[in-house]
Design a protein around this ligand. Structure first.
Ligand code: TTP
Length: 407
């Protein structure tokens, strides 16, 4: 069986992290989130993949290639304009003349669940997850094993069964997609195509997911995904650990990485290849550090993602943050991650403020950001790529792409 995975979206809600790469390529425990989806599908017996790519597609095609590195076959179709999830799945029509698994590239899925879908024989199966507050989701209304209606983001949802973005489709879905009109937001939505199937008397069933499910749409959800993925971390030391460094719990150290004396690292924690860590730093649980990263003396990092090529050389604190590629921290840069009133922390991106729902959240930093010595970054600050926070400055709210904060 083939799996069609949507990976064309721009991920605007995930900015500034998606300015340079598509959302599905953002790292979770040092692997692009899309790799987990492919590997879970492979474990369910799927070896043929069709990736629908678009926004910054080269990042995907150059990383996955023909799939041979992962032991699978990968083909690509380009969706030039992101006209909706239905439109994106419709791009697979030429390639799929049999039943296939279809899924969004930004959701978590388990092989066990995919196996259950593969065993079903209705015209379409929608995966649902029971959620406590379904108002933000599409939910299904059911009659026995059948889906009778899909209701989008209703203030009074009829059930708490949220559409998880993971499906099994018969090729009859393509005809439904062709006949699906544009939604009020001007897109061809796969849920409208499913409603078309239901209204036409086709059998549409559902399968409740009992494994963890995350829809990774916002930067702080990347931290949650990272925490979840690190729970399964298999410790492996491929680099060098100096005698007076301490590694507690599951810690993975990549090839060419040096952990210097006095580093104290608490797992689960993954450190990539060719990193220089320490001396005398404190890396706390649920942290993922990419390749070619330098973490120097008296630096503390907690529950964070630090991407490739970033340098945090001296006397810094980084908590509950996502730090992009090739950033450079001046000595004494500190990131706050807890409000004094302990309320949940909002984040502003493109002028739009959203409550993260997290009590602890530091900074969402794009690629190539530089901070000067002694700079302070307040809770929930988003910093666009290439921005510059001058020495001793206080960064808060939103710092735009390329902005220079110097007074
Ligand atoms: P969304 O999360 O709705 O869209 P997005 O990923 O572009 O994010 P944002 O809303 O923040 O801009 O999409 C769900 C999945 O479908 C995701 O994996 C991207 C994919 N997708 C496409 O491949 N093509 C499309 O035209 C759309 C709208 C989404």
């Amino acid at each position: 069986m083939r799996a069609v995975i949507l990976a064309a979206g721009e991920g605007t809600r995930m900015r500034p992290l998606t300015e340079n790469k598509p959302k599905v390529m953002l790292p979770v425990a040092n692997k692009p989130m899309l790799e987990y989806t492919i590997l879970e599908a492979k474990a369910a017996g799927i070896t043929d993949f069709l990736l629908i790519v678009g926004y910054r597609k080269e990042a995907i095609t150059s990383y996955f290639g023909d799939g041979s590195r992962l032991g699978v076959n990968i083909e690509y179709v380009v969706q030039e304009k992101q006209n909706g999830t239905g439109h994106a799945f419709g791009m697979a029509a030429q390639a799929c003349d049999d039943r296939f698994i279809a899924l969004n590239g930004d959701v978590t899925v388990s092989s066990g669940h995919l196996k259950k879908l593969i065993g079903r024989n209705e015209d379409a199966i929608i995966t649902v997850k029971e959620v406590s507050d379904p108002r933000a989701y599409g939910v299904i209304e059911t009659d026995g094993a059948r889906v009778t209606r899909i209701v989008e983001k209703s203030p009074e949802p009829p059930t708490n069964l949220a559409n998880a973005g993971i499906y099994l489709f018969d090729p009859c879905i393509f005809d439904a997609i062709e006949k699906t009109p544009l939604s009020p937001r001007g897109e061809i939505e796969i849920t409208d195509s499913l409603q078309y199937l239901i209204d036409g008397g086709r059998s549409v069933g559902y399968e409740v997911m009992d494994s963890d499910w995350l829809d990774i749409g916002r930067p702080w959800q990347l931290l949650t995904a990272n925490e979840l993925a690190l729970k399964d971390l298999k410790p492996a030391i491929e680099g060098e650990v100096e005698p007076n460094a301490t590694l507690k719990g599951p810690v993975s150290v990549g090839k060419g990485t040096l952990i210097r004396n006095g580093a104290y690292i608490v797992g689960p924690c993954i450190i990539g290849e060719n990193c220089d860590i320490g001396p005398n730093c404190f890396i706390r649980a649920s942290t993922s550090i990419g390749n070619n990263v330098h973490i120097g003396n008296a630096v503390e990092i907690k529950n964070s993602i630090v991407m490739n090529g970033t340098k945090i050389g001296h006397l810094s604190y980084v908590g509950d943050s996502v730090i992009g590629e090739r950033c450079n921290f001046g000595a004494g840069t500190k990131i706050a991650n807890l409000r004094l009133d302990e309320k949940t922390i909002p984040v502003t991106v493109n002028g739009k403020k959203t409550d993260s729902g997290r009590r602890k959240l530091g900074c969402i930093m794009g690629d190539d950001v530089h901070t000067g010595i002694g700079s302070l970054i307040n809770v929930g600050t988003s910093i666009g790529p290439g921005a510059f926070i001058g020495p001793g400055e206080l960064a808060k709210g939103e710092i735009k792409k390329g902005e220079r904060l110097i007074t």
